[in-house]
Design a protein around this ligand. Structure first.
Ligand code: ATP
Length: 386
């Protein structure tokens, strides 16, 4: 096991735009770090540089205290688990797991001991004679991990391992990978474009946009304190609501009326008074005011709005409140939508409704908003000012 340090890593293919641009990430021994971002953000390139399948244009890569920039993949002793698992269909589970040991010319005794140990950990011991074709997707994934385990690799690297699976199996495998990683305590780097996978698996998550690291933080920090519009829009489902906002002291004027924000937030945006900014509030910080108790109501502001339609999903329900945005904000949201790879950010507020709410399409409802959880973004830089 080993720590992985990336220092100012750059990757240029030919003389084009850098696919990875000055990325520095320190991964602790045993830590589970996710590289996430939309298609083309450079996450696979970064992983391929760690494993040694791609040259590093500049910067330093240190694994277990040793600079490995110029070491061949084999010499880095890392175990890569690919999307398609790369299993040999004609070999049994036993021989698939044993493969790296056979390559290293280990004795039959050592092979047997290591394969049996790994298969026990992975609960594959009853399937050792089967061929990969007769296994479930989840079992195949475990065989691929078994092959990594017997090598005593310094770290596990995963490149979108679950993207070929259906939603149910993906959920199961996610839990399984998280459980195994914790049990084995092996340093793990995992690439995905799926923010749910990133949020549920990682000790920390690195969000990338066009080759540049935007934020490296725990899932909770990313959710609660995104550094910019891009991270705020990428993390969370349904996504954060973005509204045009003008600040005057502690008053914030938004499409449905003016709300009051806490003084400490007002201080942070005082320099931007009078400008059109972008407020960001997650759906759960809005609600139908008519069903809330006084304590909750007094913790925020309320405004009236017409409900366009509602959506009931059993465990949760949403109300949609459309609004018009000024052109500058509209433009910024369209750009953000492109950056997020088509994630739809319509000019509407999505309200996560309390289970007791009965608001329906066409209702003029009183809506509560928790202004302590309001973020304010600079539309020019995208930075979170609060
Ligand atoms: P995806 O989720 O679509 O795989 P990604 O975030 O993993 O995307 P990369 O595959 O790392 O992104 O690609 C990053 C950028 O580098 C993209 O613009 C891509 O077109 C470019 N790129 C990747 N591989 C090469 C290559 N071999 N030659 C030239 N450009 C490349």
């Amino acid at each position: 096991m080993a720590a992985i340090e990336m220092k100012n890593i750059v990757k240029k293919y030919g003389d084009g735009f850098p696919a990875v641009n000055d990325v520095s990430i320190d991964i602790a021994d045993g830590e589970f770090v996710i590289l996430v971002g939309p298609s083309g953000c450079g996450k696979s390139t970064l992983l391929r540089m760690i494993v040694g399948l791609e040259d590093i244009t500049s910067g330093e890569l240190i694994i277990g205290g040793t600079k490995v920039n110029d070491l061949a993949p084999r010499e880095r002793n890392l175990a890569m688990v690919f999307q398609n698992y790369a299993l040999y269909p004609h070999l049994s589970v036993y021989e698939n797991i044993a493969f790296p040991l056979r390559l290293a010319k280990a004795s039959d005794e050592e092979v047997d001991q290591k394969v049996r140990e790994a298969s026990k950990t992975l609960e594959l011991d009853e399937h050792l004679e089967r061929k990969p074709g007769n296994l479930s997707g989840g079992q195949r994934q475990r065989v691929a991990m078994g092959r990594a385990i017997v090598r005593d690799a310094q770290a596990f690297l995963f490149d979108e391992p679950l993207s070929n699976l259906d939603a149910k199996l993906r959920g199961q495998m996610r839990t399984e990978i998280a459980r195994l990683q914790k049990r084995l305590g092996i340093t793990t780097v995992y690439v995905t474009h799926d923010q749910t996978e990133a949020m549920t698996l990682g000790d920390r998550v690195a969000v990338l946009k066009r080759g540049v690291l935007q934020q490296l933080a725990t899932p909770r920090e990313l959710y609660e304190q995104p550094v910019n519009l891009f991270v705020a829009g990428f993390i969370g489902s349904p996504p954060m609501n973005f509204l045009p906002a003008t600040v005057d002291g502690t008053s914030v004027e938004m499409p449905f009326g003016t709300v009051e924000i806490p003084q400490e937030k007002a201080d942070l945006v005082a320099d931007h008074a009078g400008k059109t900014l972008i407020a960001g509030i997650r759906p759960e910080y809005f609600d139908d005011a008519s069903v809330l108790d006084d304590a909750k109501l007094s913790s925020g502001s309320t405004f009236r709005a017409t409900v366009e339609f509602t959506e009931w999903l059993g465990s949760e329900a949403f109300a949609y409140l459309p609004f018009e945005a000024p052109e500058a904000v509209q433009k910024q949201l369209e750009q953000l939508e492109k950056d997020l790879d088509g994630e739809s950010l319509r000019t509407q507020i999505v309200v996560s409704l309390d289970a007791a709410s009965t608001v329906a399409a066409g209702d003029e409802a009183e809506i509560w908003v928790d202004t302590a959880h309001l973020h304010i973004f600079d539309p020019e830089t995208g930075d979170n000012l609060t």
